[in-house]
Design a protein around this ligand. Structure first.
Ligand SMILES: C[S@@+](CC[C@H](N)C(=O)[O-])C[C@H]1O[C@@H](n2cnc3c(N)ncnc32)[C@H](O)[C@@H]1O
Ligand code: SF4
Ligand code: SF4
Length: 428
């Protein structure tokens, strides 16, 4: 990146757009001499990997989103979560991180990379690891490649060192919070079974105080769908949350689990009915104080004919463009498939992404499923927007919902609701 000298002038810094601020911060980290950034052993490891790992082959796709499980260790034991692990090898080593970045950035046709720092709980590690990750990205990227980073955290406890780091590099933050302190405390519990809303809210206050932008992520399971919506949205606002995304509950993917006994499970259609009900209340009473990008994208599509997608669900091509990286360098499909037999493609320590994709029967099945499903879904009047929706939801819909349609991804009720309200607003 060519740096405009005016960007370094303190008076000009105030006027920097967020995007430029992030680029400048990454550039400054990348300009640090390696001896000042890495330990002696890390310099040796970096030089060896940089020399040994040479070219990668092209993959189909325009961008790559890597959900990087930097550590699977966690300080919470959320009742619906199987993402944490306390195995001794649950944290990524420096060498694995460098090899992963080198192999991914060597993919010749990809110019846009999004790294999501994910876990487990990444704030259990020191920011130093991530400063080095940015340094490695900046050192290995080509001039045309654009790289973004973001963090997903449980916000249980965030050290001042983390706050300073996040602020300093303009890192977007996602925080998990399930609806209201009462609900959150029943399911998002610490190792001693204690709820953690008070600690999350303390972290949110800290983030607010430092003008750090964050959005909340909320898991929607059966309990949430039976909650009253107005108090739930009011509770989010009271907890200082002004941006929220929803995640439908993912039941266990393993073959041994007893789905009949799973009280959290909702079908995709039930999830969409819930979102439709939320939309109505949000549109009438909350849209000025609470941003819900999912709804805003649909409204923008209907009113301005833009096709901005803040969520992977409507982006198609997720089999090729979204991967999860395990702490040991294994590459798998999106995190939603965790535990599905065959979903590990292989190790990025051994092969480039193109080879891993080619070798994986699971990956090839995902592509076939997508082509097959999209043929039937294309006739839906909403296909231009949803592009078939999420592959994991499509598969689970057919598995758990005897009334699931093969010609609609299941989101039609929500789109129709948004269309009705948006057109009423236009007419008013
Ligand atoms: C696995 S966590 C990892 C990051 C961090 N520990 C956190 O809680 O935000 C990422 C997101 O997945 C959500 N999640 C965990 N288990 C889930 C499940 N069974 N279904 C849907 N979302 C789930 C969490 O609530 C969180 O928002
Ligand atoms: S904090 Fe995140 S990773 Fe940890 S148990 Fe909860 S959802 Fe899972
Ligand atoms: S499987 Fe669904 S959630 Fe996962 S990346 Fe694809 S569209 Fe997104």
């Amino acid at each position: 990146m060519a740096i405009d000298n005016r960007l370094i002038d303190p008076d000009n810094l105030i006027a920097l757009a967020n995007k430029d601020y992030k680029k400048l911060a990454a550039h400054i980290i990348g300009s640090t001499p390696k001896e000042n950034m890495l330990s002696v052993d890390e310099v040796i490891a970096f030089d060896r990997i940089n020399q040994d790992v040479t070219s990668s082959r092209a993959v189909t796709g325009n961008k790559l989103v890597a959900i990087v499980k930097v550590t699977r260790k966690c300080n919470l034991r959320c009742k619906y979560c199987v993402s944490w692990s306390d195995r001794p090898d649950a944290t990524m080593s420096f060498s694995t991180m460098v090899t992963m970045v080198k192999r991914l950035l060597s993919t010749p046709n990809i110019q846009r990379f999004e790294f999501i720092w994910h876990g487990g709980e990444v704030t259990l590690l020191k920011p130093e690891f991530f400063r080095k990750l940015i340094w490695v990205q900046q050192t290995l990227k080509t001039p045309n490649q654009q790289i973004s980073n973001s963090i997903q955290t449980n916000a249980l406890s965030m050290s001042n060192e983390w706050i300073t780091f996040i602020k300093g590099i303009g890192l977007p933050v996602g925080v998990s919070f399930d609806g209201s302190p009462a609900i959150n405390d029943r399911r998002r519990v610490d190792i001693n079974g204690r709820g953690c809303s008070d600690r999350i809210i303390r972290t949110l206050n800290k983030l607010k105080q430092h003008h750090i932008q964050y959005g909340a992520l909320m898991v929607v399971d059966r309990e949430i769908t039976t909650c009253e919506i107005t108090p739930m949205l009011s509770n989010l606002v009271a907890a200082q949350i002004d941006n929220v995304e929803f995640l439908n509950y993912v039941p266990s993917n393993t073959q041994t689990s007893d789905i009949e006994q799973d009280k959290r499970l909702i079908t995709y259609r039930e999830y969409i009915s819930f979102l439709s009900a939320v939309f109505k209340i949000w549109w009438q009473s909350f849209r000025d104080e609470l941003s819900i990008p999912l709804f805003e994208d649909i409204v923008a599509y209907l009113t301005q004919e833009t096709s901005q997608h803040s969520q992977c669900y409507w982006d198609q091509n997720c089999a090729r463009e979204i991967i999860t990286v395990e702490p040991n360098g294994d590459i798998t499909a999106c995190d939603k498939y965790l535990g599905t037999p065959g979903s590990v493609y292989g190790s990025i320590l051994k092969h480039d992404l193109a080879t891993l994709y080619e070798q994986s029967e699971f990956h090839n099945d995902m592509i076939v499923e997508e082509q097959h499903s999209l043929r039937a879904l294309k006739s839906c009047e909403w296909f231009q927007f949803c592009r078939g929706g999420c592959s994991h939801d499509r598969i689970n819909s057919l598995k758990y919902d005897s009334k699931a349609s093969k010609t609609c991804c299941g989101s039609r009720e929500l789109f129709n609701t948004v269309a009705k309200y948006a057109s009423l607003a236009r007419e008013a």
